[in-house]
Design a protein around this ligand. Structure first.
Ligand code: GDP
Length: 193
């Protein structure tokens, strides 16, 4: 009989496993007014194959179907805690994904995003959380204060993923959630599955 290496065996077992549901905690961070709540609403209501938004709760939910897994997102919004320049550690606890949001028309929010990143790094075990830098209000290109390249460059330097979105028009919002779903599945699928 051919000898099967332990690791390889485990891998093929994972591939054969039936579709399963993973719970994903995603937190939104960033200055007040950048569009966190608007993005959270878009994520939970928009055009995905199955939706069950729970408005009024501590988080909204969204279900995303991948070919080999179903991800049930819990989308946490700060509910204004950021105005006091800190967020309770409970907010971060167990988060699989953090979206670090800034407003492309307000440079100050881009600068603040870097402060939030430091806060995140204090709260998280490196490598356990997928972090996305999100330049929101992409529809207001005429008022842009932060060039796309600057967002990209910060993300590259800090090892983050990057995207520009518009919660108003919905542009790139589904793309973001889909990318997050794929990335998170790669990272936590093995742990939870
Ligand atoms: P939060 O404080 O970060 O949760 O921000 P909100 O979601 O409450 O949004 C703050 C303001 O920005 C509201 O007036 C939103 O309608 C507006 N807003 C949010 N996202 C966008 C966007 O993508 N484009 C534009 N033009 N306005 C937005």
């Amino acid at each position: 009989l051919p000898r099967v290496h332990g690791g390889a065996q485990q891998h093929s077992d994972t591939l054969r496993r039936p579709v399963h549901t993973l719970r994903v905690k995603m937190v939104l961070l960033g200055s007040s007014g950048v569009g966190k709540s608007s993005l959270a609403l878009r994520f939970s209501k928009d055009e995905f194959r199955s939706t069950s938004p729970t408005v009024g709760c501590a988080y909204l939910t969204q279900v995303v179907h991948l070919s080999n897994a179903t991800l049930r997102f819990e989308i946490w919004d700060t509910a204004g805690q950021e105005k006091y320049h800190s967020v309770t550690p409970l907010y971060y606890r167990g988060a699989h994904v953090a979206l670090l949001v800034y407003d492309i028309t307000q440079r100050e929010t881009f600068v603040r995003a870097q402060v939030w990143l430091k806060e995140l790094e204090k709260q998280y075990i490196p490598g356990s959380t997928v972090i996305w830098l999100v330049g929101n209000k992409g529809d207001l290109a005429h008022d842009r204060q932060v060039p796309l390249e600057e967002g990209e460059s910060l993300a590259n330097n800090k090892g983050l993923y990057f995207i520009e979105t518009s919660a108003l028009s919905g542009e790139q919002v589904n793309e973001l959630l889909e990318s997050v779903a794929h990335r998170v599945f790669e990272c936590i699928g093995a742990q939870q599955g």
